[in-house]
Design a protein. Structure first.
Length: 386
């Protein structure tokens, strides 16, 4: 790290960025004043249980026909240790449960018990253990491959999750303006992850400046085309539930914020890669001036953008796949299907993110090249490619 050799203007800009983020966090910090509250049905607690026996028997009245009944042993809650039977509907219509499966049960309530209905009902499968195992495997692979930098990247990931859980979500629920909250949270995540994973040097400085500029560009495009396309945000069931729970949250604002946050993930990747490429080229040939250094790195950026834009598009397609299949089953013409908000939101999000992604290449490359040619000596870790 050679901070002293960095041009003062670059350090001043990053310093200003840090001050803006800190000020934004202070001004927009949540205070717990939200009045958001879900209905009792959506807030009902669930309890862990293990499936013991699965059998088919006549359905309880007033239902007719046969139902699948599942005997489960509760692992926690007020009836811990007891075995309770839960109906799951007609055979083949409900979840495919087998003995030994870990599930979550919801309490049907006192009224249901008084009417002789089953005291518990199936809520969902228990998925936390597999996720924890996968998380442990992921962390181990990152640390083994990335060593110290991998461990710092994991710390950056934890910090990002902390920003989302402790600042972004509570601030939105408290009715803070969603766009400033999303921008401040995104910039905070960017600064934390770059600082922890790459330290303070020309690579991280150039990546931070490129990411910040392109995040602002993405925000402007997201606002403009969300308004132009009249995206309301009510294409999902979750948006309707949230609107019912609180009138302080702008559902349309959440669409814009989602585009900004989604763009951040790919922007970080592209800007760090471009800055790394510039530093590596400069180290390989210290005689390179700004112009050839910029053009050589842009060639690398074009390849990276071609692959990343495709990745971004496929990510949105994957998220929208069930909706697209519904339209296909209904023989909906393509022109009509793409006009549906659930699809058009994904299309606009993809295009907005892609434009920000493309802009990040020349902006970051120019910043990194300007820094590289002014550095007297590049430390080895600055020349490593991303």
């Amino acid at each position: 790290m050679n901070v002293a050799g960095l041009p003062r203007i670059a350090l001043a800009l990053v310093g200003l960025l840090v001050v803006v983020v800190i000020a934004g966090v202070i001004v927009l910090r949540p205070d717990g004043s939200t009045d958001a509250e879900l209905s009792d049905a959506l807030r009902a607690p669930t309890y862990q249980a293990e499936v013991a026996v699965v059998k088919v028997s006549p359905c309880p009245p007033p239902q007719q026909g046969n139902c699948t009944f599942v005997a489960t042993r509760l692992a926690d809650g007020p009836d811990e240790g007891q075995t309770v039977s839960i109906p799951t509907g007609a055979p083949g219509a409900g979840p495919d449960l087998n003995p030994g499966d870990e599930v979550r049960l919801s309490d049907s309530g006192a009224a249901a018990r008084e009417q002789g209905l089953p005291p518990y009902s199936f809520s969902d499968f228990e998925r936390r253990s597999p996720m924890l195992w996968l998380l442990g495997l992921f962390a181990a692979i990152v640390i083994v491959f990335g060593r110290r930098r991998g461990a710092l990247a994991l710390l950056g990931l934890a910090s990002s999750i902390g920003v989302v859980l402790l600042f972004l979500i509570p601030a939105v629920l408290d009715g803070r303006p969603i766009l400033p909250v999303a921008l401040v949270a995104s910039l905070a995540v960017m600064l934390l992850t770059l600082g922890l994973a790459h330290g303070v040097g020309p690579k991280s400085i150039a990546a931070a400046l490129g990411t910040a500029v392109c995040l602002l560009l993405t925000a402007v495009l997201a606002i403009a085309f969300t308004k132009l396309a009249n995206l309301t945000g009510f294409s999902s069931e979750e948006a309707l539930i949230l609107q019912e729970a609180s009138d302080q949250v702008s559902v349309q604002g959440l669409v814009i914020a989602g585009m900004i946050i989604a763009a951040l993930g790919v922007l970080d990747d592209v800007t760090v890669s471009q800055a790394s490429a510039v530093m590596a080229l400069r180290r390989a040939d210290p005689a390179l001036s700004f112009k050839p250094l910029y053009h050589e790195a842009i060639d690398v950026g074009r390849d990276h953008v071609a692959a990343t834009v495709n990745t971004l598009m496929l990510a949105y397609v994957g998220a929208s796949l069930p909706i697209m299949l519904v339209f296909a089953v209904g023989d909906t013409p393509f022109a009509d299907a793409v006009n549906k908000e659930a699809v058009s939101e994904a299309v606009i999000g993809t295009l907005v993110g892609s434009i920000g992604l493309i802009a990040a290449v020349p902006i970051t490359t120019a910043a990194a090249a300007a820094l590289a040619i002014r550095m007297h000596q590049l430390p080895p870790h600055e020349a490593h490619a991303h």
